[in-house]
Write a new protein. Structure first.
Length: 156
């Protein structure tokens, strides 16, 4: 997991006091490249990569069969096939849709992502859009089991 400000402050305080962090604490705070902590982030990064390729088959395969998507447009959408259909609709409405990740962090099996969806609306005179979005993903067995997405539906 990327080192956050709380981790950095804690390690700085311990270092300036001349004390090393206890091994158990240090293990919990240190990033684990290639370990189980980075697996949830890799799963979510794969989803964003598939989105930017407009690969709905790959998106569907990254969500669990009974995954739950909650967003302003879909209060409770269940199932990876239905979720993939929403992405098909997005790619039809915004043919050049692209997600740009601003921040991505994880805690245990949850991944928090802030990103911007940009592109041009096909049926609105090719109007450019840019929507700031926040998503919280829950990962289990390398699959997205829950996706809670937040954005302003009135964003241009």
């Amino acid at each position: 997991m990327p080192m956050n400000i709380v981790t950095l402050v804690l390690l700085t305080c311990l270092a300036s006091s001349g004390q090393a962090p206890l091994p158990a604490i240090a293990d919990q705070l240190s990033p684990d490249p290639g370990g189980s902590e980075s697996e949830p982030i890799r799963t979510v990064e794969s989803k964003f990569s598939a989105f930017n390729r407009h690969d709905t088959g790959a998106i569907e395969s990254l969500y669990a069969r009974d995954a739950l998507l909650q967003s302003p447009d879909h209060p409770e959408l269940v199932g990876n096939a239905k979720i993939a259909d929403t992405y098909r609709w997005i790619f039809d409405a915004i043919p050049d849709a692209k997600d740009s990740i601003a921040t991505i962090e994880s805690v245990a099996n949850r991944v928090y992502v802030q990103f911007v969806l940009s592109g041009h609306l096909k049926d609105a005179g090719n109007k450019p859009i840019s929507v700031r979005i926040m998503s919280v993903y829950t990962i289990k067995d390398h699959l997205i089991v829950s996706d809670s997405t937040y954005y302003d539906r009135k964003a241009p």
